[in-house]
Every structure is written in C-alpha cells, then in structure tokens.
Ligand binder design. Structure first.
Ligand code: NCD
Length: 360
C-alpha cells in the first residue's frame, strides 16, 4: 500500500502510466463508471478549497464510489485538539482512501504513517501539492505534446506557492528542461527546491524580476497567486500583491505556441481578457485535474488491494538530535511527534526535517 505525499513518490514511468490512464478516461469515460463501486474516499480539508476538494469528490463519484468528509477544520475533532495521527487512524476505519489538505507542513505525511489506508496530500501549507502537479503534467502533455525540452517560467509567489515546488520537482526528471523563476526577491524559490533538487541534479535555472523580459523565451508560463494566508506581515502582502499581472500586452511578447497555466484561484494576476487567448490553458487544466485524480485513486486503491502492507519508515537513517525551527511545521504543534531529520548533503552538512524539509 502506498500514499502520495510528495510528487517524487511516483517514478517517471508511473507518471506516464497515470497520464495514459487519464487520457483513456477522457476517451472512454463509460468504461470507468463502476471501477470504484462500494469504495469510499474521505476528503479531510482543514483549509479552504474549491477545485481540489470538489475535483477529488467528482473524481470518486465518476468512478462509481462515494465520498465522506469535511471542508473546514472547525467541523472536525482537530478543533478539540485531536492529533493528525489519531484522526488518520479513525478515518481508516471508515474510508478506503483519504485526501488531506492541511495548513501545517508535513501533516499529510504524519497521517500516512498512522493510517491503514492510502493518504493523498491535497496541499500542506506552503510545502507541496502533488495532485495539482498531476493536473499540470497532463495539461502540459496535452497542450504541448511533450514533457521534455521545455523552458518553463514560474511567476509570482515562488516562496509560499506549494504548487510550484511540486511542479519543479516533477519536471526536473525530464530531459532538456530549463526553468526561469520570476518573482520579487522576497518571494524567491526556497532552498529545499534550489539546493535539494535543481543544484543536485544540475538543472539549469535563472532568477529574474521582470515578466516582460522573460516571457519571450518560455514554452510554458505558470502564473501563481501571492499567497496572502501564508504571510506573517499583512503589509508585506499589500506591498507585493500586485507584483505581476499578465495582460494582453504581455501576451504579445510571448511565443505563438506558449501555454499559460495557473493552479487557480486567481486574484488579479491574469487579466480576464487573456482568457480568450487560445494559449490560456488554466480552465482546461482544472478539468484535467479531475481526470488525473481519477487515475490516481484507481492506482492507489489497486495497489492497496494487491499489497495491503504499508512500508515502514526506516528510522536507522534518521537523526533525532535537532529541533525544527519552521513555525509552520506540523512538529511545532503536535508535541508527541518525534523530531526527525535526514542528512541531505553530507559535504555541506545539511540536515532537513522529514516533515517540512526545512533546514535544521
Ligand atoms: C492552489 C493551492 O491551494 O495551493 N490551488 C489549487 O489547489 N488549485 C493555489 C492557490 O491557492 O493559490
């Protein structure tokens, strides 16, 4: 039995299989109508969501299964102080698979360690969002006809935007990928992606401040919202919120075959006039998310049936002599969770929290 916590939990071959399944679902939806009959998905959303939660629910319903769950923390026992691990154990009694969104980084990972059903990370704080990446990959594959040899620009809040972290991790495994990171200096791509992924793998990237200057070189432009809810200082958000607005004028500087993605919701970083441009793929991307979630649910349930045993965390390679300093990490609020670190770079003596991946 497996969970999906980080997009790297899936190999490139598995991503190709999921994309192939999603394309088959699009072509033959009737063949999938009963695949999850009598199965239940629990959606545990401790943080607001429209697309992700409803697309998970629509995905399960279109597979013939049913859905239970909650859409805000206040209607769950977490508001009474229940731990993530206990919640996950309880939900395992009622559902065959669960999707968890949580404001604390590492919460779905903690759930996956305790649950006896597969857990899907539906977004944890500013950390990761692997199923959004599945939607992004199907969209790039359908719009561009390939997932390799692309220059990908990511624009906006690269610090707190969990979707861009998972997308960079995923795309780094395809050949001929170049990244252009377009952000204010306060919202740059964090170290756990730059050092842990890009520099380790020798993937080329540049960091720039101007969207106008970068747009002409891009095959894919991934716009993001400035993540107001993750800012400690509301004035800092006010100052940065309108850093980038993609409009018709800027689209004139882009390649004819570029595509524009956005995980949505947008605030005002893409002018509604751009929606009419055939290169605007973000609404198609939202639909693709449902098909990829269908493919993922099928895969994880099938694996759980074939092999109900859950892999155990190998404690022998973990360190316990540090304390996580990230105020948004799940380990900051759940006192019983052991502090656990992994050495990710021996030469540079870098140790990262296993829940949130921040440096100790
Ligand atoms: C994103 C999220 O929640 O991380 N949206 C989504 O899942 N489709 C992006 C965002 O909220 O800005």
């Amino acid at each position: 039995m497996r969970s999906l916590i980080n997009i790297l939990d899936l190999s490139v071959e598995e991503l190709s299989e999921l994309i192939a399944t999603a394309k088959d679902i699009i072509a033959h939806p009737e063949a999938y109508q009963e695949k999850c009959a009598h199965k239940k998905l629990a959606t545990l959303f401790f943080e607001p969501s429209t697309r992700t939660r409803l697309s998970f629910e629509a995905a399960m319903l279109e597979l013939g299964g049913s859905v239970i769950g909650f859409s805000e923390a206040s209607s769950s026992s977490a508001s009474k102080g229940e731990s993530m691990a206990d919640t996950a154990k309880i939900i395992s009694c009622y559902a065959d698979i669960m999707a968890i969104r949580h404001p604390r980084e590492g919460a779905p990972f903690v759930a996956s360690q305790a649950a006896s059903a597969p857990v899907i990370n539906a977004g944890d704080g500013g950390h990761n969002h692997p199923t959004q990446t599945l939607a992004d990959l199907l969209t790039i594959s359908r719009e561009m006809g390939r997932l390799d040899n692309l220059t990908i620009g990511l624009c906006g809040d690269l610090k707190y935007g969990r979707t861009v972290h998972s997308l960079v991790e995923a795309m780094s495994r395809y050949s001929g990928i170049k990244f252009v990171f377009i952000s204010p200096k306060e919202l740059k791509m964090p170290g756990f992606i730059r050092y842990n992924v890009l520099e380790k793998l020798g993937i080329p990237y540049t960091e720039v401040a101007s969207l106008e200057e970068a747009i002409g070189s891009l095959d894919v432009l991934y716009m993001t919202r400035i993540q107001r809810e993750r800012f400690d200082d509301p004035w800092e958000y006010e100052r940065l919120k309108d850093s980038y607005v993609l409009d018709v004028e800027k689209m004139k500087l882009a390649k004819k075959e570029m595509c524009v993605l956005h995980p949505l919701p947008r605030v005002n970083e893409i002018s509604v006039k751009v929606d009419e441009d055939p290169r605007a793929a973000y609404f198609r991307q939202a639909l693709n998310g449902k098909f990829m979630r269908m493919a993922l649910i099928l895969k994880l349930l099938e694996e759980a049936k074939q092999n109900p045993v859950k892999p155990k965390l190998d404690l022998s390679e973990l360190e316990t002599d540090r304390v996580c300093q990230n105020p948004k990490c799940i380990s900051q609020v759940e006192q019983e969770l052991p502090q656990l670190f992994r050495c990710t770079d021996k030469a540079a003596d870098i140790h990262r929290c296993i829940y949130c991946e921040q440096r100790a």
